[in-house]
Design a protein around this ligand. Sequence first.
Ligand code: HEC
Length: 194
Amino acid sequence: MNRGMNNVWSLVLVSAIIYGALAILMGVVPGMVLSRTPPTVGSQPYTAQEERGRDIYVSEGCEYCHTQNVRPLKQDEVFGRPSTAGDYAYDTPELLGDHRNGPDLTNIGGRQPSKIWQYIHLWEPRSVVHGSIMPRYTWLFAVKPKADPGDEVVPIPSGFGPTKGVVVTTTQSRDLVSYLESLKQVSLTKRTGK
Ligand code: HEC
């Protein structure tokens, strides 16, 4: 092999070593450290129903418009306290999101504790928030001529419901809303026992 070719190979080798070292330093090591972060004191694992709701949240693409990541910035204070790594201990993968077409939902269960509001809003966002650009999720509900015993009827504001019949919740809408209601930040002062 001539001298020039030797130089090429050492260049490839050195670049590969540097690239590999950086990948370990900036990707693998932080990942290992963060995955050992204990859950924030007081936070709870998801129930089976909340877990199913989380799957619906993912499959309906809610995270394309909603973050779950309160940044330590003045403009984020309306959403809650800044998020910490321990808040995500039960979240794999974390649904941080990277677009805020709608508000951050990290603490939506604390900010909007009404299940009824959540149902109405999912059926038709514009019936409760004028001019909302959020899509409606009508397929998470059932429309029936009349309610059967045990049905949970959603009180849709007039003009926004079906022309005939009533709107009732389904397992899907109940699971999704139970997930939304579980999104509650726990206070960090608990950590120090204050
Ligand atoms: C195309 C973007 C978009 C998608 C997709 C979307 N949303 Fe929204 N969402 C918004 C916008 C914009 C608002 C603010 C206006 C409103 O309240 O309707 C909002 C508001 C909300 C709110 C009220 C937040 C608050 O602070 O009052 C909740 C809860 C919510 N969305 C849940 C969901 C869920 C659950 C899904 C998936 C089933 C979803 N969104 C999908 C855009 C979106």
